[in-house]
Design a protein around this ligand. Structure first.
Ligand code: PBG
Length: 322
């Protein structure tokens, strides 16, 4: 008790504070999400996400080289298709942007971890994450398509596939397809607890993936639910997920902590587009300090129990952390 106990004794200098610091973010914790499309020399800034771009494969390879120079070791790829259709068939086309990018990245940077987002919403004309029939997203008929897309990424050389569609049973379907093709060593990062969130707004502009009718509430989780996140994670682990994700990150840090405590597996948290753009907008107004806010955000996510942080701040954060 005071005056015997004085917590301020350990806060007196930078070195003392560092000595007792419980949580440290390392550049190796970060995954840098990137958008890739066809073409050459493309580097188009995304309006709602300052500092983030659409790349073609050649400029993507350069960008990733620069990111590696900053200390980033992992990337997550999203594809912007040339053509959309009802099924989202460009999602599994061998020569599409993501598959081509994976091949080039793995050839250029042997130690880089290449993850790919597996979903149909960027590729479907209706913008939903699964097949649509009579105005409803069909679960079971979507599974083989997701498995095909995941397999095409892995055949191109992806180290980890990350299904983000929230169909039931998709982790098992993907695991079976990968094992059947001899890729039993390739890991799955399941977007296990993915919420129907307003914070995906900028991404949907970036990926052109806003649903053309309705919303995603019939497959993504309700923001009020925490117990359900544990059930989702349990199912994905049973189906063979190696890593599980909570998404978004900041409004769901309690869920990150609960998942970590309940399962003890490596948990990833996705610091999504809206979280990124919000911070940058406030910093641009001079309302918050950009660099401190970025590091505090990432530290909080890690303190909540995440060992992997997917973040558009990855390059800047990696530089700041060195
Ligand atoms: C695709 C997908 C989304 C995000 C990642 N994968 C969008 C969505 O579900 O609408 C969001 C990422 C972000 O906001 O940064 N299903």
């Amino acid at each position: 008790m005071f005056p015997t106990t004085r917590p301020r004794r350990l806060r007196r200098s930078p070195a003392l504070r560092e000595l007792v610091r419980e949580t440290r973010v390392h550049p190796g914790d970060l995954v840098y999400p990137l958008f890739v499309r066809s073409g050459k020399g493309v580097r188009t800034e995304i309006g709602a996400m300052p500092g983030q771009f659409h790349f073609s494969v050649d400029t993507l390879v350069e960008e990733v080289g620069a990111a590696i120079g900053d200390g980033v070791r992992s990337v997550l790829l999203f594809g912007i298709p040339d053509r959309k259709d009802e099924q989202g068939s460009e999602a599994w086309a061998e020569g599409a942007a993501v598959q081509t990018a994976v091949r080039h990245l793995k050839k250029a940077y042997a130690d880089l971890i290449v993850m790919t987002d597996v979903c149909l919403c960027e590729y479907t004309s209706h913008g939903h994450c699964g097949l649509v029939k009579d105005g409803r997203v069909q679960n079971d008929p979507t599974l083989p398509l997701l498995a095909k897309a995941a397999l095409s990424h892995v055949q191109a050389g992806a180290d980890i596939v990350a299904p983000s569609d929230m169909m039931d049973g998709r982790v098992g379907a993907i695991r079976e397809a990968l094992d059947g093709a001899g890729f039993e060593e390739t890991a799955i990062l399941a977007y296990a607890a993915k919420y129907a969130s307003a914070f995906y707004g900028p991404f949907r502009e970036a990926a052109g993936s806003a649903p053309q009718f309705g919303d995603r509430r019939a497959y993504q989780m309700d923001p009020g639910n925490g117990d359900e996140a544990l059930r989702e994670v349990a199912l994905d682990l049973e189906e063979g997920a190696d890593l599980v994700m909570v998404k978004p990150a900041l409004p769901y840090l309690d869920v990150v902590r609960r998942v970590k405590d309940a399962f003890g597996v490596p948990v990833a948290a996705y610091n999504v587009s809206g979280e990124y753009s919000m911070l940058l907008a406030a910093a641009a107004h001079g309302w918050i300090e950009r660099e401190r806010a970025i590091l505090e955000t990432l530290t909080s996510i890690k303190r909540a129990g995440a060992s992997i942080i997917l973040t558009y701040h990855a390059r800047e954060a990696a530089r700041l952390l060195r």
